[in-house]
Design a protein around this ligand. Sequence first.
Ligand code: 16G
Ligand code: MG
Length: 569
Amino acid sequence: MLPLCSLPKKASSFLHSLSLSLSAMEETQIASILKSSELYPIPQSVKLSYGTAGFRADASLLESTVYRVGILSSLRSLKLKSSTVGLMITASHNKVSDNGVKVSDPSGGMLSQEWEPFADQIANASSPRELVSLIKDFVEREEIAIEKGGEVWLGRDTRPSGERLLRAAEIGVRSVLGSVAVDVGVLTTPQLHWMVRAKNKGLNATESDYFENLVTSFKCLIDLIPINKLEISTLVLDGANGVGGQKMEVLRGYLSNLDVEIRNTGRDGGVLNEGVGADFVQKEKVVPLGFGSEDVGMRCASFDGDADRLVYFYIPSESCGDKVELLDGDKILSLFALFIKEQLNIIGDEGKQCRLGVVQTAYANGASTDYVKEMGLEVVFAKTGVKHLHERAEEFDVGIYFEANGHGTILFSESFLSWLVGKQKDYSEGSDKHNAVSRLVAVSNLINQAVGDALSGLLLVEVILQHMGWSVQKWNELYMDLPSRQVKVEVPDRTAVVTTSEETEALKPLGIQDAINAEIKKYQHGRAFIRPSGTEDVVRVYAEASTQEDADSLANSVAQLVKSFLGSS
Ligand code: 16G
Ligand code: MG
C-alpha cells in the first residue's frame, strides 16, 4: 500500500479533490495508481486500439500500455468475483521487435468486447490524472468492489522484450490493492487460455496438466484406431522460431505414435517469424526457411509465433522454385468435420440429432464451404477475428470454427458432452457405437475448448490421418481450392471502409460495392471483398476466381478501386 505522503505535492492535492468528489475508490487505492503510473508515462503521439486481438506495437512503446492492461485485468478479475484472469504478452506472427498484450477472460475466451472501449480509453489516457479519473468512473459504473483482491496470471512468448513488459504488467496488476499477479512463465497463447479456463473450473491448471491432458487424450484416440489402418510417417514442423516449436519439443518426449522433426525452434540463429511460420507460409504459399528440395512430398506443418495458428503443407515433386501445396485452416476444418460426422453416423439416429455446425469467415475458400455444405453441415459466417467465430460456434452442439489462416478449434456444448458421457455407459464396451462416442469425448479433451491451439490442433490432425490411413496428399484431395489472391492497400484512413457484419460487402464509401460487383461479374467463379484490417493501417482485398491469373487480376482491379475511392497514402 502506498502512503499518501509519498506522493508529489501536486498529485496529492489532485488526489484529495478527486476523492472528495468521488467516493467509490479509497484514497489509498487512488494513490497507488497515481504513484505507479508515474513510472510508466505514455509515449508521445501514440494512439493504440485493442483491435482484433489486443494491443500491438513496437515493443519500445508498450510499457505504459501493458502496465495499464495489468490494472484492467485486476478490475476484470474483481468484477467476476475474483476469478482468475489471464494476461498474455505476445505479438503473434508480427516481427520480433513488436510486442503486444491481450487479456483472457476467466472462461479462457477473449476479453469481453464490452470492456474493449475501456481498454482503449485507459491505454490512451495522456496523464496519470486522466488515467485515475477514467478508472474511477469505470469502477463506479461497473460497481466493482476493490477490497477483495483479484488474481491475474501473466504469460509471455519468447520475445526478448517480454520479460520487461511482464514486470510492467505485474506492477499494473498489483497497483489495484490486494490483487495478485502470478508469473506463469513462457507459454503459447493457447496454453495460457487453457490454464485460465481450467483454474476457474477448479481443475488442475499447470502447464504440466496441459501437457498431460494432451498426451492422455491423444493416446486414447490412437488406441481407438482400427489397427489395420495404422501408418506413421515423419512430420516436419516449422516452429516459426517461437514458443510453439519449443513446447512441441517438450510434448514430443511424452508421445508415442508421433514422429516429429522440429525445425526453426529459435535456437539455431533464426529470427522469430522472419521467413518462417504459419502466417508467412499461408500468405506467401512458399516454403519457410530451413525447408527445401530434400523435403519433397513430406508432411510438413507450420505454427505462428505464439502457436495459436496451424497450417500444413508439402512440397510437390513438380514444384518449381519454392512453391508449396498449402493445407490451410479450411482444409483442417474439413478434415475435422469429416471425422466428427463419421463418428456421429456410427452412433446412428441419435448421433444425427447432434447439431454439428461450421463457422468460417469471408476469407474461407469457396471450395471448402461447398465441401462442408455437401457433407450436410450448417455453415455460418462471422466477422474476422477469433472472438467473433468463437461466439457463433457456441450456438451448436459441436461447432467447428476456423479462419483460413489456421486459427480455429472445435467447441462441444456442455449438454452434448454430458449426453456423450451418458452414452459411454449405455453402449457395450468395444462396440462400434461405444468407440465412436469415446472418440468424440477424447476429441473434446484434446482440442482446446478455450481458443484455437496449434499444438492440440496438430495432434488431432495427426491422429485423424492415422485413423483414416491417409497421407497429406490424400487429405489434400478432399477438394481443390479455388485460386485466390490477397493484397493490401495503404490508404489515408482505413476506417472510411465500413462493411456488413459478415464483411462480404462494403457499405462505405458509397458506390464502391457497386463498382466491385461490376468487376466480379467479369470473372468466372469471381468473388471479392474489401475490409479494413484490425491489426494494420491498411485495407485488405481478397479475390477468388477459377484461374490464378483471374484471381490476381480481380484483386488488382479491386485494389485500384480502393485507391480511387479512398486515395493512396
Ligand atoms: C488477429 C486475429 C486473427 C485475425 C487477424 C486479422 C485473434 C486471436 N487473432 O491476428 O483471428 O484473422 O487478426 O488481421 O483474434 P487483420 O484484421 O489485420 O486482417
Ligand atoms: Mg498467433
